[in-house]
Design a protein around this ligand. Structure first.
Ligand code: NAD
Ligand code: MG
Length: 394
């Protein structure tokens, strides 16, 4: 029996994770579920999965949830705050942690799981983007198993040789990683056409149903930029070895090109339960609830180059990957602030790139030697991007 903590249980990834877990009560049990504010949804999940602990964002919500659970006869104990998130991530009873909190808020609890050598199912790409060097060093030091949930990275992981990690990629024959991108809801539009798009339009992804932050990132292609940085860390490759391929059907989730001319791809319906089930059961396979791929119905697969003029975020992220040091920390923080400002209708969609670029230009690039240094860079970038946004609003 694998004991699992799901960080961010009420989100899109969290819900899909619990859907897969519920299909295999003989294999998986839930130790803890966490949510920031959605206590009604978390209460339902606790009643269904009976975790030992639930964690929420503050004391008032914890009291409300605890009362609700006791009234329904559920024995789950409710805690709150970051220390509690760390506690349910590194408890000795836990085997596996699904890291599915959105944004930088997921870093500290995910690192707690890494330090205690858990199997980590990583959906929270922002944690790796903002603190890649420290994160990967902690994985190496603790012997933690790190499995990617992001569909592209999960696909690449499946297409790499099984000893790729152990040999640090040496002599693997891997030449290039081809990172799939759907192109998002604004594929084919010009920068001018995107000036007036609304948050709801940005969140209406053609193939995937996801949380609002990643949906906006997918629309701006910043998501692909974050994924490029994520792939550099996960697979120890330089950014030049990764090419972004726009593939609007989202059936090929990514590919690996080898020196003998072979290209291996992973295909499947666009449903996050496939990578989740893959990582949960790895190296075995389990049923995920995802329908079989019908190639005759799909009939054709298309590919195109990303439009770098219309989607400047991709080039900004690539430059940050090349700069290294704390550039990705700054990029991620500025993007989180800018995306929230766009969702709050304080800035326009095309101003997200401007805020991120200006913030990167305003900050000192230096190698962060500690978690505190990463957090300091993150903080400074948030202050700076908030100031830029205030000026744009005037
Ligand atoms: P979501 O917005 O649907 O859910 C986010 C979860 O995080 C919720 O449970 C919420 O309660 C929790 N949360 C938010 N802020 C928090 C905070 N400050 N402290 C603690 N918990 C907090 O997001 P999602 O779409 O499920 O995405 C989660 C992560 O997975 C993101 O990093 C995203 O990039 C990544 N991801 C998602 C998908 C997808 O299909 N949704 C695909 C690939 C990667
Ligand atoms: Mg992805």
């Amino acid at each position: 029996m694998q004991m699992i903590t799901v960080l961010g249980a009420t989100g899109s990834i969290g819900v899909n994770t619990l859907d897969v877990i519920a299909r295999h009560p003989d294999k998986y049990a839930v130790f803890a579920l966490t949510a920031h504010t959605q206590i009604d949804k978390l209460a339902e999940q606790c009643q269904q999965f009976n975790p030992q602990f639930a964690v929420v964002g503050n004391a008032m919500l914890a009291d409300q949830l605890q009362a609700k659970l006791r009234a329904s006869g559920c024995v789950t104990d409710v805690m709150h705050g970051v220390d509690a998130l760390c506690q349910v991530s590194n408890d000795a009873a836990v085997d596996t942690v699904m890291a599915a909190i959105v944004g930088a808020a997921g870093l500290v609890p995910t690192l707690a799981a890494v330090h205690s050598g858990k199997k980590i199912l990583l959906a929270n790409k922002e944690a790796l983007v903002m603190a890649g060097g420290l994160f990967m060093q902690a994985v190496a030091d603790s012997g933690s198993v790190l499995l990617p949930i992001d569909s592209e990275h999960n696909a690449i992981f499946q297409c790499l040789p099984t000893d790729y990690g152990r040999s640090a990629g040496r002599n693997s024959g891997v030449e290039k990683l081809l990172l799939s991108a759907s192109g998002g809801p604004f594929r084919g539009m010009s920068l001018e056409q995107m000036h007036s798009v609304t948050p709801d339009q940005a969140c209406a992804h053609p193939n995937w149903s996801m949380g609002r932050k990643i949906s906006v990132d997918s629309a701006s292609l910043m998501n692909k930029g974050l994924e490029l940085i994520e792939a550099c860390w996960l697979f120890s490759v330089p950014e030049q070895s990764i090419e972004v391929v726009v593939h609007p059907q989202s059936i090929i989730h990514s590919l690996v090109q080898y020196s003998d001319g072979s290209v291996l791809a992973q295909l499947g319906n666009p449903d996050m339960r496939t990578p989740i089930a893959h990582a949960l059961a790895w190296p075995q396979r389990i049923e995920s609830g995802v329908a079989n791929l019908d190639l005759f119905e799909i009939a054709r697969l298309d590919f195109e180059k990303p439009d770098m003029q219309a989607f400047p975020c991709l080039a900004i992220a690539r430059a940050a990957a090349q700069a290294g040091a704390n550039a990705a920390t700054i990029l991620n923080a500025a993007n989180e602030i800018a995306v929230q400002a766009f969702l709050d209708q304080r800035i326009g969609f095309t101003q997200i790139a401007a805020v991120v670029e200006q913030t990167l230009n305003s900050q000192t690039i230096s190698e962060p030697e500690s978690l505190e240094a990463v957090q300091e860079s993150d903080n400074q970038a948030r202050l700076s991007s908030s100031a830029f946004i205030k000026r744009l609003e005037k």
